[in-house]
Design a protein around this ligand. Structure first.
Ligand code: ARG
Length: 280
């Protein structure tokens, strides 16, 4: 496995104010309280594993009243020193966007804006694969925002329609492993999306429905360590045969908000190359 050119530096947000206070995806149930101490311990455990795998971790301060801010993957899309800001679908998360943008602006990033009236939920719906980007859309992000994303980063954005409400963000269905391989949940995509990925990923690791529902795709690769919210024996064997070291971290409290390992991180070291101009 050649691995990924990115995934060694992440933005995270401590779960000080994390809770399930509203229901904006099918996994969230307000009546089951989150165990704050357990959430804190699980989050610390994840950060520890990220660091031990060789990643650097940057921290954004949590803000009261924004319980989902812990899911930094939705804070924006990063390439080089540019951030494509987020615009959240649900009012419950709208306030996060300006806070993430301010964090990046303070560090000298150029901020690109989402056109009025359109939604884009950050890297949760925009994952690099080689020099392209896959863009998830429907229940959260709008396909109309892909043009702005493509213009901001000078890359092709391939649209994937997410048709299963359980998998409302692309990062619950797709996890890049290198430039030939990715874990995928094709049943969560429309036919066109399945064709796009079939053409793009020559050696997919296809997850079964139980693995998909256990958020196996919501994993983070750091060097050769694949950090997963859960894994099955079958899948673990397959991943290990590719030369990966699988580490499962318990993020159970966060799964109750519909987020796993990937959702809790935002890669800061993605640099998509602009295609070189055509010579005449
Ligand atoms: N409760 C959050 C939401 O519904 C979870 C976000 C998960 N993030 C992700 N990148 N899939 O928005």
């Amino acid at each position: 496995m050649s691995g990924l050119a990115w995934g060694r530096r992440f933005l995270v947000c401590p779960p000080e104010h994390f809770s399930v206070l509203y229901e904006i995806n099918p996994w969230m149930h307000k009546e089951v309280p989150v165990d704050a101490d357990r959430a804190r311990a699980q989050w610390e455990g994840l950060v520890d594993v990220l660091r031990r795998a060789g990643a650097e971790v940057d921290v954004i301060s949590p803000v009261p009243g924004l319980p989902d801010m812990v899911f930094t993957a939705n804070g924006g899309v990063v390439s080089g020193r540019r951030l494509m800001e987020s615009r959240f679908r649900h009012p419950e998360r709208t306030g996060e966007a300006a806070l993430f943008s301010a964090w990046f602006r303070a560090r000298g990033y150029e901020i690109a804006e989402v056109p009025p009236g359109l939604h884009l939920e950050g890297a949760g719906d925009a994952l690099p694969f080689g020099n392209r980007m896959l863009g998830g859309y429907r229940s959260r992000s709008d396909i109309g925002a892909h043009a702005a994303l493509s213009a901001a980063f000078g890359v092709e954005v391939l649209p994937i329609e997410l048709i299963d409400p359980r998998f409302y963000h692309l990062d619950l269905t797709f996890c890049p492993l290198d430039d030939r391989r990715a874990m995928i949940v094709p049943g969560a995509w429309d036919r066109y999306g399945r064709e796009v990925v079939a053409g793009l990923v020559p050696e997919p690791v296809v997850l079964d429905d139980d693995e998909a529902a256990a958020f196996c795709a919501n994993s983070v690769l750091v060097n050769t360590t694949l950090i997963m919210p859960s894994c099955t024996k079958r899948l673990g064997r397959r991943l290990e045969s590719l030369g990966l070291d699988v580490v499962v971290v318990d993020v159970g409290e966060f799964l109750r908000a519909g987020g796993g390992v990937r959702c809790l991180t935002l890669a800061l070291d993605v640099t998509l190359e602009r295609p070189s101009p055509v010579r005449r």
